[in-house]
Design a protein around this ligand. Structure first.
Ligand code: NAD
Length: 326
């Protein structure tokens, strides 16, 4: 099985090359180009392509892959909102992903963001480096005995519920399905109640038509003043302009974002002044109570090993005709 691996970073190559030792029937060529309708033509002669959240796996890309006889798209991530699943099915291209690798990696990062913006760690860090030991503007609140509202209690949301419970917080949650594993310490409530009762709100549901812009002017207005809001899920769950308006109106004590709407524009990789000047992400960065990281929630040693292992196992399963639930 020959795989063309798109958008290769040094750490991807390391973890996949190490794991390849256990999969002697698989060979991988790595390219730094990301998958799109133009670079798809590089996949000539390959059985599969390996893509990521930033890849463009839309209809035109899938059309090229189909023409080249590529039958498998291996997503080395959980999310697949960048894949046109209908078109993949039409062409008989199998899409496989890594539904869960290390939910704790993302949940721990969500808590890190919540704590960082609550206690202004980002400001304190810079201040102390400048030899300024003043505490002005750094006051936070205790999380102990506060209410954490978790939206989406699948693998990552459940891990976040456990972390918040460990902090001594009351944990409430909203999901379209209740997770039976959490029943002993999580209270399921309506979205409205979660928004109005929570001191810390963390998003852990997937991006779908029904969840796009679920955090908007209306839902923000239902939140408590002084709430801490964290999104490690997908940028487009939040209507960024409405979030900016909410920050300006001092709704939030802190906002922690690992994902943002403009991510697919590679706003940070380009670093073009023109894009940054006009981007809503750049405007978010200008607020002192906002902490933004670069989609790094998944980025732990354990998670990378698990991603490589599941992706290569997916390739072998495809080869031997094992049908896995998506
Ligand atoms: P999961 O499928 O295990 O859980 C998602 C949960 O969301 C499910 O319980 C589902 O019922 C719930 N849900 C669906 N629609 C909902 C709605 N309208 N309202 C409330 N809940 C709803 O997924 P997961 O592994 O926990 O991942 C969650 C998300 O985290 C992923 O979709 C992905 O976008 C994101 N993610 C981010 C990173 C990162 O590095 N920041 C890494 C992996 C995943």
């Amino acid at each position: 099985m020959k795989i063309l691996f798109y958008d290769t970073k040094k750490y991807d190559r390391q973890s996949f090359e190490q794991t390849l030792e256990k999969f002697p029937e698989v060979s991988i060529d790595f390219t730094s180009s990301d998958l799109d309708p133009i670079t798809a033509s590089l996949a000539q002669g390959y059985d599969a392509v390996c893509a990521f959240v930033s890849s463009d796996v839309s209809a035109p890309t899938l059309e090229v892959l189909h023409q080249l006889g590529v039958g498998l798209v291996l997503m080395r991530c959980a999310g697949f909102n960048n894949v046109d699943m209908e078109v993949a099915e039409k062409y008989g291209i199998q899409v496989m992903r890594v539904p869960g690798y290390s939910p704790e990696a993302v949940a721990e990062h969500a808590m890190a963001l919540a704590l960082a913006c609550n206690r202004r760690i980002h400001k304190a860090y810079v201040r102390v480096r400048e030899n300024d030991f003043s505490l002005n503007g750094l006051m936070g609140m205790n999380f102990y005995q506060k209410t954490a509202g978790i939206i989406g209690t699948g693998k990552i949301g459940a891990a976040m519920c456990r972390i918040c419970h460990g902090f001594g917080m009351r944990v409430i949650a909203y999901d379209i399905y209740e997770n039976p594993d959490l029943k002993s310490f999580v209270e399921y409530v309506s979205l409205e109640q979660l928004l109005s009762d929570s001191d810390v709100i963390s998003l852990h549901c997937p991006l779908m038509d029904s969840t796009r812009h679920m955090i908007n002017k209306n839902t923000i207005s239902q939140m408590k003043d002084g709430v801490i809001f964290v999104n490690t899920s997908r940028g487009a769950l939040v209507k960024t302009q409405d979030l900016i308006d909410g920050i300006r109106m001092r709704k939030f004590a802190g906002v922690g974002l690992d994902v943002y709407e403009e991510e697919t524009d590679n706003v940070f990789e380009d670093r073009s002044d023109e894009i940054l000047e006009h981007s809503t992400t750049a405007r978010l960065l200008s607020f002192p109570n906002v902490v933004i990281t670069s989609h790094q929630g998944f980025f732990t040693k354990e998670a990378l090993e698990a991603i490589a292992h599941t992706t290569l196992q997916n390739a072998m399963d495809y080869k031997s005709g094992v049908v896995k639930p998506f």
